[in-house]
Design a protein around this ligand. Structure first.
Ligand SMILES: [Zn+2]
Length: 380
């Protein structure tokens, strides 16, 4: 009996068993490989944790994480393969993201007439696209991989950091779904958003490690990264830009300002996409500063600038739909609301952290305060 299939059907989504040799099978193998090395450090009820990753066909839900008895499950929507690939190719076809890689002038910019949020339903109108320049095409493929890794890591964090188990202690299903799943109510509110924030920060850290391939040293039990020139895929600053874009591909699909409402900001399952964008770019800088000792302010300056170039790529890819642009992320409504939102997450986090820490599958929860790594701030 395939337990993953049973769980998927119970949630109300259709499990999908990929055919041998298909691209779905290759994608599933990639997703499984991402977590294989991580679960060896995880335990539940004193036994090694057991995690099944599977594909489902469910356009309502991009991904989900479930804990049941002694086994955990991650489900990924099969349509993400084409969504992530089409988005990556379109963004790289514009000339803003890493313009020094390959020959961007040889690539025809791709524009879509529909809204980014509907791209998964538009696959028939998109057809097969491929960028004319092999290096830009390779860059798009790498961006697709980063985006997929972030999604799998995000679901993994919901399990590993104890979120799903904790929900069960609260009388809820041990289920976290990105977007809705047919058979269950959406779980919204500041607590849910705080869990999403934790999953994002943990997933960003795992994605940065995968992409930057740092040499890791340990100082006082805390990991310190040597990132300089470690990855054959490019210099760290380029790779950080790709992580900022790739880790938010799905989030940025929905990132428009017109539905931002500072009053009702917690009446959703995830942080508002514009807020999430800003929080995640600054989280990348926080993680890098903490792990490498680089100045946080310098990182914010360079990373925001490179991230803004990627927003230009989004705006040019979806020219008719008022996609999030550089001016919009400085919108006074968002900026004014941001401090209150961050404070609400911090307050909620200090309430639930001790309980989550007991349910975490291994190690300790990552620090919320990235300011004082003993490797770089000597105590006297
Ligand atoms: Zn989530």
């Amino acid at each position: 009996m395939n337990m993953f299939s049973d769980i998927a059907l119970e949630i109300g989504v259709k499990p999908l068993l990929p055919e041998a040799g298909s691209e779905e099978e290759a994608f599933l193998k990639y997703c499984k490989d991402l977590v294989t090395s991580l679960i060896v450090n995880g335990y539940k009820h004193g036994k090694p944790m057991s995690l099944q990753v599977g594909l489902v066909d469910s356009s309502d839900c991009n991904a989900w994480a479930v804990s049941a008895d002694d086994v955990d499950y991650i489900g990924i929507h099969v349509g993400l393969i084409s969504t992530l690939r089409n988005l990556s190719r379109a963004l790289i076809s514009q000339r803003y993201i890493l313009p020094h890689v390959g020959h961007p002038e040889a690539v025809t910019p791709i524009q879509f007439a529909f809204d980014a949020a509907t791209i998964s339903n538009e696959s028939s109108s998109i057809g097969t696209i491929q960028l004319e320049d092999p290096e830009r095409e390779g860059l798009a493929a790498y961006l697709t991989n980063i985006a997929a890794a972030f999604i799998v890591y995000h679901e993994f964090q919901h399990i590993f950091n104890g979120h799903t188990d904790w929900l069960e202690t609260q009388g809820r299903l041990a289920l976290i779904a990105e977007l809705k799943v047919p058979k269950h109510d959406q779980y919204v509110g500041v607590t849910r958003q705080t869990l999403e924030r934790d999953a994002d920060v943990g997933a960003l850290q795992l994605t940065l490690v995968r992409v930057l391939q740092p040499i890791i040293h340990w100082v006082d039990g805390i990991a310190v990264w040597d990132v300089a020139g470690r990855s054959p895929m490019g210099p760290p600053q380029d790779l950080v830009e790709l992580v900022c874009v790739g880790s938010q591909l799905i989030n940025l699909m929905y990132a428009k300002l017109d539905d931002f409402d500072s009053e009702g900001v917690f009446e959703a399952d995830h942080p508002h996409p514009v807020v999430r964008t800003l929080l995640n770019v600054t989280a990348v800088c926080g993680i890098l500063s903490f792990r490498t000792g680089q100045s946080y302010d310098d990182l914010v300056t360079t990373t925001m600038r490179s991230f803004e170039r990627s927003l230009d790529a989004w705006a040019d890819t979806f020219p008719s739909t008022g996609h999030l642009n550089v001016d919009a992320i400085a919108d006074p409504d968002v900026v004014n609301a941001l401090d209150g939102i961050v404070d609400a997450y911090a307050t909620e986090w200090s309430r639930i952290q001790p309980e989550l820490d007991k349910l975490k599958r291994g190690g300790k929860l990552a620090p919320r305060n990235y300011a004082d790594n003993p490797a770089f701030f000597a105590t006297s």
